[in-house]
Design a protein around this ligand. Sequence first.
Ligand SMILES: [Zn+2]
Length: 148
Amino acid sequence: MRCPSCGADDTRVVDSRPADAGAAIRRRRHCETCGNRFTTYERRESVPMVRKRDGRLEPFSADKVRAGVANALADREVADGAIDSLVGDIEAFVESEGEVGTEEIGRRVLEALRTLDEVAYLRFASVYKEFEGARDFEREMAALEDPS
Ligand SMILES: [Zn+2]
């Protein structure tokens, strides 16, 4: 760790202790070159989390969302950058919330696909909503034709 005062690389830790009730480690460092002392904090990197249906948490993966969206849009014609834009919106939402349920992410993807491409919307809905059978599919088709 470089000394903020003189820029020397040669600093050493003279004290380490828990901070923020154990969520961080506070370190006092001493610069061997100029004698400056300064403090650093070590924290877990903040990663937005997704709460799954069974209650488990896992780190949010934009790649997973992208794969699901790309799958739904396979062989459909969409504007360049439409997938990037959709995934970017979802990512920004999850980052702003910090923790989001899979249902909420799926609902937002569905909303976005609905305006982007109706076939992709139905494909994604059939996977995401775990349709039990043709009746669900027909209900979604009806909802598409008559959005209320
Ligand atoms: Zn220094």
